[in-house]
Design a protein around this ligand. Sequence first.
Ligand code: IDC
Length: 321
Amino acid sequence: MMKKTAILFMLLAIMAAVCIIGADRECMAAKPSALHVKGTKIVNASGKTVVLKGASTHGIAWFPQYVNKQCFQSLKKMGANTVRLAFYSDSGAGYDKSLYTKIDEGVKAATELGMYVIIDWHILSDGNPKTNEGKAKEFFTYFAKKYAGQSNVLYEICNEPNGDATWQRDIRPYAQRMIRLIRKYDKKALIIVGTPTWSQDVDTASDAPIKNESNIAYALHFYAATHKEWIREKLKTAHKKGLPVIVSEYSICDASGNGGIDTKEGKAWMKLLKKYRIGHIAWSICNKNETASLIKASCQKTGKITKNDLSRTGKWIVKNW
Ligand code: IDC
């Protein structure tokens, strides 16, 4: 009798210990391993390939309410390991220095959840990364100093160069300057460099990549209803030349962020990304009434969200993480 009670007691104690450890994991997840570029792949400290999967905020000037731990945790439960914080760089297009604190909140939430977080300098209407380079310097000095050595923080230094910006004359020299600046403080963080034509021309970058710097990956962005086989060809060319690529923004609608969904093209993209083990971060975490939004326009929740709260696009994206 005594023996039975003792065994039962021991079993209960083991179960309680397992529960406590489990609960602790949930609120303070393991620190993600630092990422390194190795050939065309992104690997962790033990050399294992890491495929970044997740979603980007919309401009945090417009949808700051989704930058919170519960929301990111919901995405994590659906399969995400990464969030991207989009900070628009142009005055009149969302730039607001007081939003630095939102980035800090987002990094804190992602860090507590053990997720990777991309700090994105979201150039768009400003076209050439040189246009707001002074502000970019201030931005990356602040964040690289602050998060130096924090293994889950990544930097994306120019979302989508466009207009007259060329790789050799504008984007690559800008990237070299910004990488040097970040490296003053953070020797190791993975840095993502945007490519010409709204981050489509990875083939151009692969012809003349950045030399003498390590842990650099190049951005490819696609919106599947607009960007089809001819952009996948660019990726194939860049891959053959050994360029490490991350899809730091994509959706399955058209390039305006609206219009119809093209799942056939979406599938063709996912097949290629899977083959190359390339990471992909979807645009965007909000309920704006446009096709790219991951959350239904009718859903007012900004914290804990479930699959039922996702838009058609959101459901497709999450299924493909
Ligand atoms: C779009 C948003 C839209 C906003 C517009 C201008 O979805 O609500 O009005 O920006 O700020 C990109 C850009 C991304 C765009 C997105 C869709 O990186 O900022 O967001 N897109 O147009 N590149 C290709 C498509």
